[in-house]
Design a binder for this molecule. Structure first.
Ligand SMILES: [Zn+2]
Length: 116
């Protein structure tokens, strides 16, 4: 379960942010999750529920927005979207280069929080 530390990180961030804002309760948390993550929404919510049980974050609803996987060619600097299902052999659509860098698609980020 390598996903648990990731969700724990998100949870800790929520607690820190909510505490800093004197929140009594966390209503919802909007997350940006990269397409490259194979962690399904329901599992993120399940881990989060498990971690938040008995805390003031308990019951918070997670809104998960997927961030497309975008890569950039190191040769010609072209950025392009990659279909996660077909990413076995990725090459630059412009110059066919295979030296690529991640632009987005790997992140787990707290976008916003609704607190009371
Ligand atoms: Zn290229």
């Amino acid at each position: 379960m390598h996903e648990l530390p990731i969700v724990k990180g998100i949870f800790d961030l929520c607690v820190k942010h909510a505490t800093a804002n004197n929140a009594k309760k966390v209503i919802s948390v909007t997350l940006k999750v990269g397409e490259l993550s194979d962690l399904q929404d329901q599992w993120i919510q399940r881990y989060f529920d498990y971690l938040s049980k008995g805390t003031f974050v308990e019951g918070a609803k997670l809104v998960i927005e997927r961030v497309p996987l975008v890569m950039r060619c190191k040769l010609c600097s072209e950025s392009f979207h990659v279909n996660v299902q077909e990413r076995r052999q990725i090459e630059c659509p412009l110059c066919r280069g295979t030296k690529l860098a991640y632009v987005s698609g790997r992140e787990y980020r707290v976008e916003k929080m609704e607190i009371v």
